[in-house]
Design a protein around this ligand. Structure first.
Ligand code: FMN
Length: 207
C-alpha cells in the first residue's frame, strides 16, 4: 500500500506541511508496513506548457526522440501518481486559488490517453480509484454558506480537475483564518480531522 504525499507550500512555517506531515506520521504509526512516496513541488520546477505539448496528441510510436524527452517528466509524474493508493495533497490558498507550483504539476499530469480520455458519453477519467485527502490553509475563511464562499477558487477547481482524471473520492480539510484571529482553533480542528482520517485509512488497509 502506497501513500503519496504532495506538498506545495514554499513557507518554512507552512500550515499545510505540518498537516500533511501529521497525516503521514499517523498513517505510518497505524500501518508501519505502508510505503510513503514524497513529492515536494517547491524543489523541482516544472516547465510551463509550450507548443511542444501538442506531442501528447500523437501516437507514442510517432514521437521523435526530442518529443519523448520533452514528455519524459510528465510520464514520470503520471507513473508516480498511478502507483499511489492514497494521496494527501497540501494546498495553500494563493490568490484565491492554488500555488503555481501545484498548477504546474497538474499541467504535467492531466494528459490525453493517460489520465483522461474520450468515451461514448464524453470525457472520462482514466486513473484507477484512489482515496484523496486535500489539506488546505487560508489566511481568511471561505466556509460554505458564507458570503466569502464565492471567492474560493481552490476547492472547486481541485475537485473538478481531480474528478476529470477519475479521482472522485476526495475529502477536503481546511485550516481557515491562518492570518487572523481564530488561527489556533482552526488549525487544531484541522489537525484533529487529519489525525482521525489517517487512522481510519490505515485501519482500512491493515484489515
Ligand atoms: C502569495 C500568497 C497569496 C495568498 N493569497 C491568499 C488568498 O487569496 N486568500 C487567503 O485567504 N489567504 C491567502 N494567503 C495566505 C495563505 O493562504 C496562508 O498563509 C496559508 O497559511 C498558506 O498555507 P501554508 O502555510 O501551508 O503556506 C496567501 C499567501 C501567500 C503567500
Amino acid at each position: 500500500m502506497k501513500l503519496f504525499q504532495i506538498d506545495s507550500s514554499a513557507r518554512s512555517s507552512s500550515v499545510t506541511r505540518q498537516l500533511t506531515a501529521k497525516f503521514v506520521e499517523e498513517w505510518k504509526r497505524n500501518y508501519p508496513a505502508g510505503e510513503v512516496i514524497q513529492r515536494d513541488l517547491t524543489t523541482t520546477m516544472f516547465p510551463h506548457i509550450t507548443d511542444d505539448w501538442g506531442a501528447t496528441r500523437l501516437e507514442p510510436s510517432q514521437l521523435t526522440p526530442a518529443q519523448r524527452n520533452y514528455l519524459s517528466m510528465s510520464d514520470h509524474l503520471i507513473e508516480e501518481l498511478e502507483a499511489a493508493d492514497i494521496i494527501v495533497i497540501g494546498a495553500p490558498m494563493h490568490n484565491f486559488a492554488i500555488p503555481s507550483s501545484l498548477k504546474a504539476w497538474i499541467d504535467q499530469i492531466v494528459r490525453l490517453g493517460k489520465t483522461f480520455g474520450y468515451g461514448p458519453s464524453g470525457v472520462r477519467g482514466l486513473l484507477a480509484k484512489k482515496r484523496v485527502i486535500v489539506v488546505t490553509a487560508r489566511g481568511g475563511a471561505y466556509e460554505k454558506g458564507t458570503p466569502a464562499e464565492k471567492f474560493d477558487f481552490q476547492e472547486p477547481y481541485l475537485r473538478h480537475i481531480l474528478g476529470f482524471m477519475g479521482l472522485t473520492d476526495v475529502t477536503f480539510i481546511h485550516a481557515e483564518n491562518q492570518s487572523r484571529e481564530g488561527a489556533g482553533p482552526s488549525f487544531a480542528a484541522a489537525a484533529e480531522h487529519v489525525e482521525r482520517l489517517a487512522a481510519e485509512q490505515s485501519q482500512q488497509v491493515a484489515h
